[in-house]
Design a protein around this ligand. Structure first.
Ligand code: 5GP
Ligand code: ZN
Length: 120
């Protein structure tokens, strides 16, 4: 079980971080947790989340920007460990128009296939 800062008892990802809901863990440290997406959109599809409950990119500010920077260091490490040498995509959906379904900041790492051109 992990400590969750600002634990939100109604938040699915807070429950996953705490271990109350099982997940396929890929990486963990004091600040963040990474696990495989339950509905993968690519051969490798991993979610990286801060342990602190931050709702979305819209809540990133000077008080937590170092944490977000750390998450990107972790993303690069996970991608290397997963062997995504040919590239990968990092996505964070923010709010309803972007289709964010879980209101706990998370970064999707998608890789292992050639991505379609489209929104980005
Ligand atoms: P969003 O749509 O908010 O950007 O991404 C939420 C992601 O969480 C989706 O890709 C969805 O498949 C994933 N997800 C939702 N519930 C669970 C769960 O219980 N376990 C895991 N591992 N992933 C989940
Ligand atoms: Zn949460």
């Amino acid at each position: 079980m992990s400590d969750v800062l600002n634990y939100d008892e109604n938040c699915l990802f807070c429950k996953i971080i705490k271990g109350d809901i099982p997940s396929a863990k890929v990486y963990e440290d004091d600040l963040c947790y990474a696990f495989r997406d339950i509905n993968p959109q690519a051969p490798t599809h991993i979610l990286v989340v801060p342990k602190a409950h931050i709702q979305s990119v819209a809540e990133v500010n000077k008080h937590n920007e170092a944490l977000v920077g750390h998450i990107f260091t972790v993303i690069a490490k996970i991608a290397a460990d997963e062997g995504l040498t040919n590239g990968y995509r990092v996505i964070s959906n923010c709010g309803p128009d972007a289709g964010q379904t879980v209101p706990h900041l998370h970064f999707h790492i998608l890789g292992g296939k050639k991505m379609r051109e489209g929104m980005v």
